[in-house]
Ligand binder design. Structure first.
Ligand SMILES: Cc1cc2nc3c(=O)[nH]c(=O)nc-3n(C[C@H](O)[C@H](O)[C@H](O)COP(=O)(O)O)c2cc1C
Length: 210
């Protein structure tokens, strides 16, 4: 049975990013995979501590050796059959938690002998982003340079982006004058279910890939 890890880098349990993660997980489970969804905001961990333990002479390792709550997750990813990473876009990039997580995941991949990037195992990767921006008004660098590291170490990721998400359930209750409630709801009607379906299909594809 395939084992797939889904890392949710958003703080909200019942909103856009979490919904994309759940749909992806549902698709993968429906195709027979064992799926674990990890919510980074529920975990007490730090970004890279620069301890350099992963670069010790004759003891270099491509799994982070610093021990905290994220350590078992990093170990599980090392032997997984697939990985999905999801984040809302904050100030044009991934969240601080996702950033901290990727420091821990990817710094041990990087060799300071030759700048190569080597993960314990290659695997299919899906990157999911949710954001306020539309495809035309998009300030996002997404996963940025981390995407390049992921591509080199794990394999070229598939990307799913949910644009123009509803940031709140009820626009009448907030000072969000830049956004038209009607336009947001119309976009949601026209795109949101398709976005979820794409996440579901991506999960299914990952679980059923050879
Ligand atoms: C601190 C913060 C910064 C944000 N910055 C951006 C941004 O730069 N670009 C953008 O398109 N959306 C931005 N957003 C909107 C979120 O990316 C968007 O609402 C996302 O879908 C929220 O995900 P969630 O519903 O899973 O929490 C920001 C939201 C917050 C809270």
């Amino acid at each position: 049975m395939k084992r797939i890890m889904v890392i949710d880098g958003g703080p909200r349990k019942n909103m856009n990013t979490a919904a994309m993660c759940e749909k992806f997980a549902e698709g993968a489970r429906d195709a027979g995979a064992e799926v674990k969804v990890v919510r980074l905001y529920d975990m007490d961990f730090k970004g890279c501590m620069s301890c350099m333990a992963c670069k010790l002479k004759n003891k270099a390792t491509n799994i982070c050796k610093f021990k905290d709550a994220i350590s078992p997750v990093l170990e599980e990813i090392a032997t997984a059959d697939g990985l999905a990473l999801a984040s809302p876009i904050y100030f044009g990039g991934i969240t601080a938690e996702m950033h901290a997580f990727l420091e821990r995941l990817a710094f041990p991949w990087l060799s300071y002998n030759d700048y190569s990037l080597t993960a314990p195992k290659k695997m299919p990767v899906v990157l999911m982003e949710t954001m306020n921006g539309t495809p035309e008004q998009n300030n996002s660098q997404g996963f940025g340079t981390k995407e390049m590291c992921i591509a080199a170490a794990l394999g070229q990721p598939e990307k799913l982006v949910a644009y123009n998400t509803c940031q709140v359930k009820n626009y009448d209750n907030y000072e969000l004058g830049m956004f038209s409630k009607e336009a947001k709801l119309q976009w949601r009607d026209e795109h949101w279910e398709n976005g979820l379906q794409s996440a579901y299909e991506a999960g299914k594809r990952m679980a059923s890939a050879d």
